[in-house]
Design a protein around this ligand. Structure first.
Ligand code: SAH
Length: 219
């Protein structure tokens, strides 16, 4: 009951901050964020802030999740790739909107926790893999939509991600050269090439290459 009131307050704040897409607000309403944060932070699940999920990683702030999701312009039949599963929260929101979500995480421990949450919430249209998401998921490509939820250092997105994008599809990725401000950038693949749009400044934990030391390679 208390969570419901907090959730409604958060949804109203998201709407005031420019989340006008009712399907995006509906998806956020239907995913219990408290199930994706550590127990000792459960009372803060509906505050508009990022929270720690272990291994130095964070579950993104709800407004950032909402803005990135809205920017992705998901259709009900979209096949979506997410890089950086983390807690699994963003993947769960995407799974409410598209047909199927493929999500990649480099930390096996985080991924296993996220998988348990997907099963408990009966989110059966999410497929997971441990690996380096900068390489995409070639066996499942092309994707209608791709979202990266870690900050990519560089001027151009990882080439594999643009290659695995369907014509007409888009990639939303926080990126920026080292030491510069990060921006969420949207790339659209058209018949003629790639269009690029800088959307808004952000701050994300880094997108890192390869797997953490000591974790077995799965790809
Ligand atoms: N989407 C998550 C938040 C992600 S935090 C959520 O909703 O909770 C960023 C995540 O990206 C971290 O878990 C980090 O381990 C992961 N990550 C960083 N670089 C990666 C890479 N190259 N491939 C896959 N995952 C990566």
């Amino acid at each position: 009951m208390i969570d419901e009131a907090r959730k409604i307050r958060l949804l109203m704040a998201l709407r005031r901050s420019g989340i006008t897409d009712a399907t995006v607000l509906g998806a956020i309403e239907r995913v219990p964020r408290e199930a994706f944060v550590p127990e000792n932070f459960a009372d803060q699940a509906y505050e508009d802030r990022a929270l720690p999920i272990g291994l130095g990683q964070t579950i993104s702030q709800p407004l950032v999740v909402a803005l990135m999701t809205q920017a992705l312009e998901i259709a009900w039949d979209s096949k979506i790739l997410e890089i950086g599963t983390g807690s699994g929260y963003q993947a769960a929101v995407l799974a409410k909107l598209g047909r199927r979500v493929y999500t990649i995480e480099r930390h096996r421990g985080l991924l296993e926790e996220a998988e348990r949450r997907f099963a408990a919430l009966r989110l059966h249209n999410i497929t997971t893999r441990v690996g380096d998401g900068t390489k995409g998921w070639p066996e499942q490509a092309p994707f209608h939509r791709i979202m990266v939820t870690a900050g990519h250092a560089g001027r151009e997105p990882p080439p594999a991600l643009l290659e695995q994008l369907h014509v007409g599809g888009c990639l939303v990725i926080p990126m920026g050269e080292d030491g510069r401000r990060q921006w969420v950038v949207r790339f659209r693949r058209t018949e003629n090439g790639i269009d690029r749009e800088e959307l808004w400044p952000v701050r994300f934990v880094p997108l890192l290459p390869d797997l953490p030391d000591g974790e077995a390679r799965a790809m």
